[in-house]
Design a protein around this ligand. Sequence first.
Ligand code: PLP
Length: 394
Amino acid sequence: MPIAQKIEGFLSASSWIRKMFEEGEKLRKIYGADKVYDFTLGNPNVEPPEAFHRELQKIAANPVPGMHRYMSNAGYDETRQAIADVLAEETGRPVTPGHIVMTCGAGGGLNVVLKTLLNPGEETIVITPYFVEYRFYVDNHGGKVREVSTSAGFQLDPAAIAAAVGPQTRAIIINSPNNPSGAVYPAEALAALGRLLQEKEKELGTAIYVISDEPYAKIVYDGVAVPNIFNHIKNSIIVTSHSKDLALPGERIGYIAINPDIADSEIIFNGLVFCNRTLGFVNAPALIQRLITPLQRETVNIDDYREKRDIIYNHLTGLGFEVTKPMGAFYFFPRCPIEDDVEFIRRAQEYNLLLVPGSGFGLPGYFRLSYCIDMQIIRNSLPAFTELAKEFKL
Ligand code: PLP
């Protein structure tokens, strides 16, 4: 075997999204791209805001000497200052550049945080359903994942979390707005989690860190607000990116923000900067750091996503699918009409509908549908969902 056994195992167990993408390629060749309804990828199809292109032109016209060199492993001071200013304003807390580390996206940031925090064998709690990469990120740094289920509407279940926390618990990853469910956790839920963890920390004599993975924080609908975790949980670290809110996933730009209330935040900052370097990221991409500095209050056009969400929600519920209406992000996570989600996905494929089974997110019996795709494909897909619903007698 040319690759490590563990990676070989991960490859065959983890590749649902890739498998479906490859199926899509095959089907597109046979039927044509407009007749294959590919809901598998979370790759935003909206364009970055106009301001991004303006900044890009500005910098191309007036290059700053040395702008392509290495900088501090934490990132540019002015970029971290701009982020700290927004967070300080949002939370009323003294967030400074000393709490911010620029990263290669949220994925890079999560790896940096886990590398910094985890001792061998320590546990990280993840909330099902969850972004599948968490499992591999935790493994990358010698940790163990412990899955905890949600309550109705994919909300946090404090009793289930309390039962899972033990002496080995080092961190909890939460993700709101959530991929794949679209759930947003309200302030009360975060406050309850904060209280619960403080009690557990006292009882166990440990520190438990909440890693709040928030790349969808600005993609919310119907006036829903995403509460800032710093106001509710002392031992909290935000990891986020501009992959979704500025539609820049290919540019690999994100950041980590440490709650200023954390004890020893400077030690954590130093650990994060060291791991950013030694994981080989070195620093977040220089040019894009400069570009996003003045864009901290910009967001892609959310109306486009809302319209798509509403069309799909109305159609699926009208057909009888059991669907929780997403409050944010751009995914649906409906229940499959049969228990076997993999079989359901296979049957959907016969109508050229490409979906991802819930098993890929730690929750079998559901499927994920990603709606950051062309409106025309969504409209073309509706009769296929109708046929699928008929087949399952919904
Ligand atoms: N976290 C969640 C929940 C995601 O859905 C994604 C990407 O889809 C990421 C993290 C990684 O995003 P990035 O492109 O910022 O690495």
